[in-house]
Design a protein around this ligand. Structure first.
Ligand code: NDP
Length: 403
């Protein structure tokens, strides 16, 4: 029995709200608020049609803390689920503290004028959440989120220590567009154009963006080029697994995507600093995002699978020497669309957001303060992945990765 307030009405929110409605024993009352109320209403109408559940909708600018506090107090939820953009993380955390309610998100805070992907802004809320007796759970999407839980499950059940970790994120889906991003284009392009960083011997090593490419044969997708890049869970994984010698993140991109992105970057369209245009300051990347296809419109045409997982090498728990395990999920774009009206990139983020919320409102994951996924017991979360559309598999590999 719980009341939740979800903020944001994009693809991730749509999946999360549908999945919450499919679990009425856990989520009794669902409230949805975002900047554009009509988008909340569209999600609510789809949820009603698919599940029969009513979702209450509201208009809110989540950066207006007093308005957020009023809304939270009016609704009285146990949990605020932040599925807006990373820029809204801190104001929503402020509002949760003031209104006395728990918090969850799927992406770490970012200032609008810097692409940093660092947790320190949100970790700085630790004392305030702790002394208020409230819980904030950071990064309950797929990556970050499931990738962190996968790693900690391996460390609980298979490996005593982790020496090497590689996170492999493959989207084998084809949306039929020359260039489009599968989640918020502004956030996606900021992430991809940032320099690569990986963890090696106790520190982050920075290398040029898209500078390291490897071909990998993904199950249910086939061979794909993947590129080493920075991703925020590397910071929390390194913090909670200090024994790691190396941790890297890889994402697949097709040649067409790289070609378009290179041109856009070369002509300055991915800049995040203001440019004066016709007497007005505009951010080129925000303008680009406005003209690109909206991720939520790609669902109908996207075909194929995602395959996201973790390869970890370390000392086996049973004392049998060094072992390597690969743990992953394969998700079909078509099946995700049929179930929720959204493609698999939104699905693989929205389902873990629902599961993280379920962990909190059912009291399976508790605590006072600000927590990353690595700090929680992976088992109940992993069980729910299997039950709610993101089944996982684990297999032993012959040895460590050779790339
Ligand atoms: P979308 O851009 O599709 O949706 C974002 C929503 O937030 C929109 O409805 C937008 O409103 C709303 N919003 C933006 N600003 C405000 C504001 N000031 N107040 C209230 N609402 C606001 O994004 P996605 O659904 O693709 O992604 C949602 C989140 O999930 C992002 O933070 C993203 O980084 C994260 N993510 C995490 C992943 C993971 O695996 N951990 C993977 C993919 C995404 P409007 O409709 O008016 O624009």
């Amino acid at each position: 029995m719980s009341t939740v307030l979800v903020i944001g009405a994009g693809g991730v929110s749509s999946v999360c709200v549908h999945k919450m409605a499919m679990n009425p024993d856990i989520f009794t009352n669902i409230h949805l608020a975002s900047r554009t109320k009509s988008k909340c209403d569209t999600i609510a109408a789809s949820v009603k049609e698919r599940t029969g559940v009513d979702v209450s909708t509201y208009e809110i600018d989540a950066e207006e803390v007093p308005a957020m506090v009023n809304l939270i107090k009016k609704i009285g939820p146990e949990l605020v689920v932040n599925l807006a953009l990373p820029y809204q993380d801190l104001p929503i955390m402020d509002a949760c503290l003031e209104a006395g309610v728990d918090y969850l998100d799927t992406a770490n805070y970012e200032p609008k004028d810097e692409a940093k992907f660092e947790y320190h802004w949100q970790w700085a809320y630790q004392d305030r959440f702790k002394s208020a007796g409230l819980m904030a759970l950071l990064g309950s999407g797929f990556d970050p989120g499931v990738t962190s839980v996968f790693t900690m499950w391996l460390k609980k059940h298979k490996l005593k220590t982790i020496r090497q970790l590689d996170i492999l994120d493959c989207n084998g889906g084809d949306h039929g567009q020359a260039f489009a991003t599968n989640f918020n284009p502004e956030i996606n392009i900021r992430e991809v154009t940032a320099p690569a960083r990986h963890w090696e011997n106790g520190e982050f090593v920075e290398t040029p963006a898209m500078g390291k490419k490897v071909e990998f044969d993904f199950e249910a997708v086939g061979p794909k080029n993947m590129y080493m890049m920075y991703h925020e869970e590397l910071e929390s994984l390194a913090k909670f697994n200090p024994e790691m010698e190396r941790a890297r993140f890889w994402m697949t991109f097709g040649d067409e995507y790289i070609k378009h992105l290179t041109v856009l970057q070369n002509v300055g369209m991915t800049r995040i600093d203001p440019v004066r245009y016709q007497g007005k300051d505009i951010i080129p990347l925000q303008f680009l995002a406005a003209v690109l296809p909206k991720p939520e419109t790609l669902g109908e045409t996207t075909k194929g699978n995602t395959n996201i997982g973790v390869i970890a090498t370390g000392e086996a728990l049973d004392g049998s020497g060094e072992k390597t395990f690969y743990i992953n999920n394969i998700c079909s774009h078509e099946a995700a669309y049929e179930e929720t009206g959204n493609q698999a990139v939104s699905y693989t983020t929205g389902v873990p957001a629902m599961i993280g919320s379920a962990m909190m409102v059912t009291g399976k994951w508790t605590g006072d303060g600000v927590f990353n996924m690595e700090e929680m017991d992976p088992d109940p979360f992993m069980d729910m992945l299997n039950e709610h559309g993101l089944p996982w598999q684990v297999k032993e590999l012959d040895g460590p990765v050779d790339f």
